[in-house]
Design a protein around this ligand. Structure first.
Ligand code: HEC
Ligand code: HEC
Ligand code: HEC
Ligand code: HEC
Ligand code: HEC
Ligand code: HEC
Ligand code: HEC
Ligand code: HEC
Length: 247
């Protein structure tokens, strides 16, 4: 090499080499990098081609409506109106083309709904959230919530919904057939705002005497002499009213 270019000083020669390598790289790049990388129009065209070639996986909610009018109409105005069918049922284009052979899964498992509804401090305020560990465990969410129209179900409004222990106690006692409201006059509002609206409670011996006094005409109850039995004490100082045991 040195003999071929004798007059060049060594540092110029090195610079020349670097230039040669640089030129080589440019030519290589031009040769190997496809047109679509360099030309804007070709690039757009080939991208469109590529995207069009992709398999379509999602059909969109309106496609489902054709055959599943029922679910579509239920969901339309419910809390889940902004959820696409395929959010829960997965991509279902194949199913729309061949409904009997290809069936989308339905997320019946309890694990599914907490993906969106498990408590998470970063979710917007007011978004309905629950603690999956404490919120009615053991049963799938869809036993109580219709997935296509999940209205929050009414809280049970019987006494036992909130006073389970009294109910269970009474259940196995001689007072099993007595309704709670026989002894507690309960305004309807108590079930809505229980702390501020309270039911009545018996206050006198005579209250029990209605059924247990010797003069009582209520059939099939044990009778006591009101004047002497327990004397000046109210009856529930000796008999638990929700389970009046006698030995
Ligand atoms: C061309 C009509 C048609 C279209 C469009 C259609 N389906 Fe279906 N789908 C059916 C039929 C028919 C069945 C019942 C298949 C069977 O039980 O044999 C079914 C069943 C289902 C089931 C129940 C599967 C199961 O295990 O019970 C789900 C979920 C479902 N479709 C979701 C969808 C979704 C989501 C879409 C929209 C992307 C959709 N379908 C679009 C006809 C259709
Ligand atoms: C929040 C999730 C969710 C969304 C959104 C949803 N589904 Fe479902 N879908 C379910 C679940 C869960 C079941 C299973 C219900 C069951 O077994 O009782 C189901 C069941 C079905 C079934 C089987 C029949 C039935 O009622 O059990 C069809 C058909 C269906 N969905 C269609 C649709 C269509 C069409 C849409 C959109 C309009 C849709 N689903 C939106 C969760 C969803
Ligand atoms: C992709 C997220 C998503 C999934 C999955 C989902 N939900 Fe929802 N859910 C929502 C949205 C969004 C709302 C409407 C919230 C609003 O109106 O502020 C909602 C509302 C609800 C509500 C109404 C609560 C209220 O008091 O406002 C219930 C109940 C509910 N969903 C139950 C379910 C159940 C059961 C499942 C499983 C089958 C489920 N959700 C799956 C997003 C989801
Ligand atoms: C045994 C019945 C039952 C089951 C099972 C159940 N729920 Fe509920 N859910 C209720 C009742 C009743 C309410 C309304 C009273 C309340 O807030 O507790 C409710 C309320 C909700 C709410 C509204 C809370 C709010 O702040 O507005 C959401 C969201 C919800 N449930 C989601 C779920 C999810 C997700 C599952 C499954 C992991 C589930 N539920 C399982 C009975 C049930
Ligand atoms: C929604 C829940 C709820 C329902 C339903 C409910 N209660 Fe209550 N009740 C409460 C709460 C909370 C208190 C206050 C408990 C306390 O003071 O320790 C209470 C208190 C009471 C008291 C005591 C009042 C007092 O002044 O000490 C009586 C008696 C009572 N309830 C009877 C009933 C009867 C009878 C029914 C059914 C007709 C009923 N409750 C239904 C929640 C409820
Ligand atoms: C035979 C009449 C009778 C029946 C039936 C009855 N109770 Fe009572 N209840 C009483 C009496 C008496 C008291 C005690 C009043 C007192 O201590 O001042 C009482 C007290 C209560 C209290 C207040 C408890 C406390 O520690 O302060 C509640 C709550 C209550 N009852 C709920 C119920 C419920 C719920 C039922 C139905 C499952 C029921 N009761 C049925 C007579 C009855
Ligand atoms: C509406 C009628 C009624 C009222 C009011 C009532 N009881 Fe009773 N009680 C019964 C009946 C019915 C039985 C079951 C039959 C029986 O064993 O006497 C019973 C059983 C009993 C027993 C058990 C008797 C036995 O021999 O096993 C006792 C104790 C008792 N009640 C106490 C009370 C007290 C205390 C009150 C007031 C807080 C009260 N009862 C209010 C109807 C009533
Ligand atoms: C100082 C405690 C005390 C008070 C207060 C009291 N009892 Fe009793 N009661 C007892 C005892 C102890 C027995 C069981 C022994 C007996 O028969 O004397 C009994 C038994 C009973 C029996 C069952 C009688 C039978 O023949 O089986 C009834 C009914 C009864 N009481 C109702 C009442 C009523 C109603 C009141 C309120 C008016 C009341 N008791 C107040 C202690 C009391």
């Amino acid at each position: 090499m040195k003999n071929l270019l004798p007059k060049l000083p060594e540092h110029i020669f090195r610079l020349f080499l670097v230039f040669l390598v640089f030129l080589g790289v440019i030519l290589l790049v031009r040769f190997f990098i496809p047109n679509s990388f360099r030309e804007h129009k070709v690039q757009i065209a080939s991208t469109v081609e590529r995207e069009k070639a992709r398999e379509i996986k999602f059909a969109g909610t309106s496609a489902c409506a054709v055959c599943h009018e029922e679910q579509y109409n239920i969901k339309k105005n419910g809390y889940h109106k902004n959820l696409s069918c395929e959010t829960c049922h997965g991509p279902a284009q194949g199913h729309t083309e061949n409904p009997t052979e290809i069936k989308p899964p339905a997320p019946r498992d309890r694990k599914f709904c907490p993906v969106c509804h498990a408590y998470n401090a970063s979710r917007p305020i007011g978004f309905p959230q629950i603690n999956p560990v404490a919120h009615n465990p053991l049963q799938p969410c869809i036993t109580c919530h219709e997935p296509h129209d999940p209205k929050p179900p009414e809280t049970p409004r019987e006494c036992k919904a909130c006073h389970g222990e009294f109910e269970r106690t009474k259940e196995v006692s001689p007072h099993v057939l007595l309704k709670c409201t026989t002894c507690h006059v309960t305004p309807a509002l108590h079930k809505v705002t229980p702390w501020s609206v309270r039911p009545s409670k018996p206050t006198t011996r005579e209250f029990c005497g209605r059924c247990h006094g010797q003069e009582s005409t209520v059939a099939k109850t044990a009778k006591v002499d009101m004047a002497s039995h327990g004397e000046k004490y109210v009856c529930w100082q000796c008999h638990y009213p929700h389970a009046p045991e006698v030995r």
